[in-house]
Write a protein that binds this ligand. Structure first.
Ligand SMILES: [Zn+2]
Ligand SMILES: [Zn+2]
Length: 412
């Protein structure tokens, strides 16, 4: 599949003029054989520096694209840290006209950061496609010991050779399925937030997220039926998902309350001390928990609301311990205070319709179990007792309007 992103650009019914840095996304078998042609199509000429790590350079399936300079970083211990990236940049024999990066998410940040710093384009050649970061503009980088997710620069082109990425281990492919299928929740959260608070919403971007979700759902059911993974379609859904982030300059369409499990696993509050798991696996379990909780809420035909109360400090200190100060800070300008609670009550019938579109817990659980995907808190080393307060705990860590967060406005 070749995705000319021009169709997403320009004035939109949502009132915005959409922009994308990424001009071309290719997901095809043997795509690297035509790499020079794709670069010419994108108007990328001049001195080309290609960055690999020792793993991606030696991949049996890789085609080494022509380069004016190749840099091969030691894969051992490689992580996205400002100092390491700046070290890598000192190896440039001259300022490149553009940088090409061959690798996964970490290595992409090397390209993204150095291109941004030098004011030049970068091109991504993914060697694995279980994440949607390749077409996004977010750099997850450690600066002064702190991990930050900073919008930096998206790739001008992403050239994904299916013959290269098809070699990824099955568990990574499955985690990628779960990361995209999380959109059953993130799309619902976005629609509900729009209904209740009037938060910005774009149907066109929502349709892109829905397309990614629908295609990946079909891929998942094909896996369940015993078919071989459709890597080309899976890769395409990841690219589409990343583009929604790039258009919106945030992850609204791709990440809702279900994604917060992945953050909790990194943060390790009470009950998560021994938590572990790939991003997609955590998100997959989050999807199940949130689907179950939302369907339970939707059983209520009507709701009563209560006035906004700031988050309870004692509760935050109990649940989050050392992390409490950061959580309290995140909740300072609580998005729940930005609209009348009555709106939630008024929109309840439409909210129930949105929830009705989410597959049931049983349906998702059966699918995940059948394809060998993680589907329980125990599998992630998380105390199953957290399930009780799951919506409260997870929504406290991010000041984004989700239905999970809105439950603080619903009377018992
Ligand atoms: Zn729009
Ligand atoms: Zn994700």
């Amino acid at each position: 599949m070749i995705l000319d992103t021009a169709k997403y650009l320009g004035p939109c019914a949502c009132g915005r003029d959409h922009e994308l840095r990424t001009k071309l996304v290719v997901c095809e078998h043997g795509a690297l054989k035509s790499f020079d042609k794709y670069m010419a199509d994108c108007g990328l000429t001049g001195f080309r520096t290609v960055i690999y790590d020792t793993n991606t350079y030696n991949l049996p399936s890789i085609t080494h694209v022509p380069a004016d300079q190749e840099i091969v970083l030691e894969a051992q211990g490689l992580h996205s840290e400002k100092g390491l990236i700046e070290d890598c940049m000192t190896r440039f024999v001259q300022k490149p006209d553009y940088v090409v990066v061959v690798g996964g998410g970490t290595l992409m940040d090397f390209g993204r950061y150095s291109a941004w710093k030098l004011g030049i384009p970068f091109v991504a050649i993914p060697t694995i496609v279980s994440s949607d970061g390749f077409t996004a503009d977010i750099c997850s980088i450690i600066i002064d010991g702190q991990k930050k997710s900073i919008p930096m620069q998206a790739a001008d082109a992403v050239i994904c050779d299916i013959d290269v990425v098809a070699g990824a281990p099955r568990f990574l492919t499955i985690a990628g399925v779960q990361d995209i299928m999380a959109k059953v929740i993130s799309i619902a959260d976005w629609k509900i937030a729009h209904l209740v608070s009037g938060e910005y919403f774009c149907q066109k971007v929502c349709d892109m997220a829905q397309e990614a979700l629908d295609l990946m759902t079909k891929c998942a059911y094909d896996l369940k039926a015993g078919k071989e993974p459709d890597i080309e379609t899976m890769a395409y859904t990841q690219m589409l998902s990343g583009l929604t982030m790039q258009i919106l300059s945030n992850s609204r369409a791709a990440s809702g309350s279900e994604h917060l499990v992945a953050h909790l696993v990194e943060m390790k509050p009470r009950g998560f001390e021994n938590a572990h798991g790939l991003h997609g696996e955590c998100v997959g379990v989050g999807t199940l928990l949130v689907a179950e909780a939302y369907h339970k809420l939707a059983q209520r035909e009507t709701i009563e609301v209560k006035p906004f109360q700031p988050i309870d400090e004692a509760w935050v200190r109990y649940e989050f311990g050392d992390l409490a100060d950061g959580i309290l800070k995140e909740n300072e300008n609580d998005v729940l205070a930005s609209f009348p609670a009555e709106n939630l009550k008024k929109a309840w019938p439409q909210i129930r319709e949105v929830i009705a579109q989410i597959p049931s817990y049983e349906e998702l659980n059966e699918l995940y179990a059948a394809i060998g995907a993680k589907h329980s808190l125990e599998e992630l080393g998380i105390d199953p007792a957290v399930k009780e307060d799951f919506l409260d705990i997870s929504s406290a860590i991010r000041n984004r309007l989700t239905l999970a967060r809105m439950t603080r406005l619903i009377a018992d």
